[in-house]
Design a protein around this ligand. Structure first.
Ligand SMILES: Nc1ncnc2c1ncn2[C@@H]1O[C@H](COP(=O)(O)OP(=O)(O)O)[C@@H](O)[C@H]1O
Ligand SMILES: [Mg+2]
Length: 349
């Protein structure tokens, strides 16, 4: 459909000049009864009114629009933009101008939205951080003050308080190490050194390295029956080891006395291997499942048991697995157990 809304200023001027000059020319031709005079007046009136309209549009409207463009692009007019303002902008219809401005507005909105999100995230992160630091620092302060205040003289108390202090210092060290790790992962400056390796060997290595830690709980670790046949994956071995350590440590921390930890390995297709670490521990309530991969997120059960965790372990695991272009997920039933699984790329030749 023909619509005057979509005309550029020049077309609009021509259109209006036509509307003005044609009836005038017809009128004059009718009055003088001479079509040549009519034609002559058309030749004079049309360009005259066209010029006048263009001049008015230029002067009073287009200049304002140009100003808006300069404002929304927030730039000083460079050579290129001068060309744009001179030749391209005048071709645009008011509708197109409106679309440009709307697009600009939307872009701005998106920018503001993402800034707002970052700001909220930053605030929350700082809050969490100071909270996580406060607990061990205040504890250390308490023990040291009490020791200095006289408790030092009693051999038994001294030892106990120093042990507690050491535990809290360890916790601070863990926290700083985890923070260091996660900030390095988030800055994306860490490269992956991928290689082929047998995943079962790495799992056994992790079981061995954690066996002393798991001794007092008497937890049994194993690889699921039927999953023993060596499966080779292509990944960053050190990073995957870190993931496995995190998962096995969690399984034992949140596991029962005499519990079991089982690793299973499946080739899901030609390109993927699924690795799962299952325990028969306290499990996770459904409401927390979506959130345990968030930084600092810990369930109430985990907090009250307080095993000195930082709440950063699973966030680090997720980062590492996603850096590999793979995924990590959780299944859990309270009081039955938890399974955390992640995929890796199959061997590459
Ligand atoms: N195997 C598991 N069984 C029960 N809860 C778990 C298990 N693994 C993780 N969680 C829950 O997820 C939370 C986040 O885990 P993580 O990031 O490793 O932190 P952390 O181990 O330092 O507490 C834990 O605090 C705990 O509440
Ligand atoms: Mg952990």
């Amino acid at each position: 459909m023909f619509s005057t809304k979509n005309l550029s200023p020049r077309q609009l001027a021509a259109f209006t000049a036509g509307i003005l000059s044609v009836p005038i020319a017809i009128g004059i031709a009718a009055l003088t009864r001479d079509w040549r005079v009519g034609l002559g007046s058309l030749i004079v009136v049309f360009p005259g009114s066209y010029g006048l309209i263009i001049f008015t549009l230029e002067r009073f409207i287009y200049r304002k629009i140009k100003l808006i463009y300069k404002l929304i692009y927030q730039t000083k007019a460079t050579k290129k933009e001068e060309v744009y303002f001179k030749y391209i902008l005048p071709q645009k219809s008011i509708d197109e101008v409106r679309e440009d401005v709307e697009a600009w507005g939307e872009k701005r909105n998106r920018e503001i939205e993402s800034l707002r999100k970052n700001e909220a995230y930053r605030k929350e992160f700082l809050q969490n951080l100071s909270h996580e630091f406060k607990t061990p620092i205040f504890a250390i302060q308490g023990y040291v003050d009490t020791l200095l205040g006289g408790a030092m003289d009693e051999e038994k108390i001294r030892k106990k308080f120093l042990e507690n202090t050491a535990k809290n210092v360890d916790r601070l060290v863990n926290l700083v190490n985890d923070l260091d790790e996660i900030s390095r992962l988030e800055s994306g400056e860490q490269l992956l050194y991928k290689q082929n390796f047998v995943i079962q060997d790495l799992i056994r290595e992790v079981y061995d390295s954690l066996s002393i830690k798991m001794q007092d709980k008497n937890i049994k670790t194993s690889i699921k029956k039927g999953c023993e046949a060596p499966v080779t994956v292509f990944a960053d071995k050190e990073k995957v080891k870190q993931v496995l350590i995190n998962l096995v440590e969690n399984a034992s921390k949140y596991g029962k006395q005499q519990g079991t930890i089982v690793a299973s390995i499946y080739k899901t297709d030609d390109q993927h291997v699924l690795i799962e670490i299952s325990d028969d521990g306290i499990g996770i309530e459904g409401e927390h499942l979506d959130r345990i991969f968030e930084r600092f997120y810990r369930t109430d059960a985990a907090r009250s048991r307080d095993k000195g965790g930082t709440g950063l372990g699973l966030a680090i695991c997720k980062h590492i697995i996603e850096a590999h272009g793979q995924s990590i997920h959780v299944r859990s039933t309270p009081d039955v157990g938890t399974t955390i699984g992640f995929t890796l790329e199959s061997r590459r030749d």
